[in-house]
Design a protein around this ligand. Sequence first.
Ligand SMILES: Cc1c2[nH]c(c1CCC(=O)O)Cc1[nH]c(c(CCC(=O)O)c1C)Cc1[nH]c(c(CCC(=O)O)c1C)Cc1[nH]c(c(C)c1CCC(=O)O)C2
Length: 386
Amino acid sequence: MSLVDYFSSTLLFIILPTFSSRGSSLADSAMDVDSKFPPLLNDRLLRAARGEPVDKVPVWVMRQAGRYLPEFREFKTKHEFFEICQTPELACEITLQPIRRYPDLDASIIFSDILVIPQAMGMTVEMRPGVGPVLPQPLVTPQDLERLSFPVDVSTSLKYVMDAITLTRTKLEGRVPLIGFSGAPWTLMGYMIEGGGTKTMSKAKKWLYQHPAESKKLLSMLTSTVVDYLVEQAKAGAQLLQVFESSAEYLGPHLFNEFALPCIRDIRLKVKTALEELNISVPMTVFAKGAHYALEDLASTGYDVIGLDWTMDPVEARKRVGPNVTLQGNFDPCALYASPEKIRDSAEEMVKNFSKTRYIANLGHGIYPDADPAHLETFLKAVHSV
Ligand SMILES: Cc1c2[nH]c(c1CCC(=O)O)Cc1[nH]c(c(CCC(=O)O)c1C)Cc1[nH]c(c(CCC(=O)O)c1C)Cc1[nH]c(c(C)c1CCC(=O)O)C2
């Protein structure tokens, strides 16, 4: 054996174990997350998100843990909204309420709020009963960006969310998967500038027209925070991640393409890359409410699932996004006010229009506080009956 051969074979022995142990430790980290929890017994949601065949169409409902449930209202007499979000045992209990009540639900979604990100950046957010979220010191001028804490160490400042996710996935005992979520940057920017919900988003849109560079700076701060936040949620046990661009409806195609879409795209790319390095595979959903004008662009962002609001026609939406993405939605939340017979007919028709492949049934937006819990049950059963 020549000296060169000797060294190269020795080197191989040194390198190989290093590679293989690195390889297996990467592989283990995927197993690590799943192996910390009870095995998943109902994987319809994840199968549909990945485009695999399902026995029944998976169904869950945005805001399924909420005020329409008497058990939620009872709980809310004892605990304040953000107290629940910040206390893993309470957030877990609320997340499980609809799962206990409705055996037909195929997913749970962690009880929290998109506005925990502005809180983690140092802004005060209050949840006022009957009003909704209020940020009493909104961003007024671009100088106010200096008030924000950035970068955010989400693994410490939002640790309570990760703890709630880990606890809830354990307590679910594999019954259904647990969805994690975040607001998308434009929607978060809107609340941070408007100081709460609004009819027009005109203050936030004024920033887009008057301060485009500073708007992009804020959006990029939010994008990197959202990326870290979603990656941490997957590491903590979230099995699907949904990004809520609930305020897309205020933007037309021009503003959406310039300010919102690049962040949505970036989030998908960076979360996917970070999770691939950890060998974690978690599908992602984007729900851009009112962005009917952006369906083709959304389909090009690489998300596994696109959420639709109720204003979109299922057949038309499928034509526009093509066959390689799963659609989610889009029962009109107000259709739950109809009679049980009508709900059954409309839900069955919706499922037939979407077809049973690459489809997750849901409402087109969150369930309203005055919805009848029995009507929701009719809806869930109708979806599963097809
Ligand atoms: C825009 C937005 C917010 N929060 C959220 C969004 C995006 C989804 C959407 O478009 O609705 C996301 C959110 N908020 C909440 C969840 C929990 C999980 C779920 O069951 O879907 C989720 C996914 C709990 C909540 N978030 C809120 C409640 C109601 C709190 C209460 O009891 O007063 C719940 C259960 C409050 C909230 N939080 C927010 C608003 C506008 C409101 C007021 C509206 C309302 O009162 O229903 C901000």
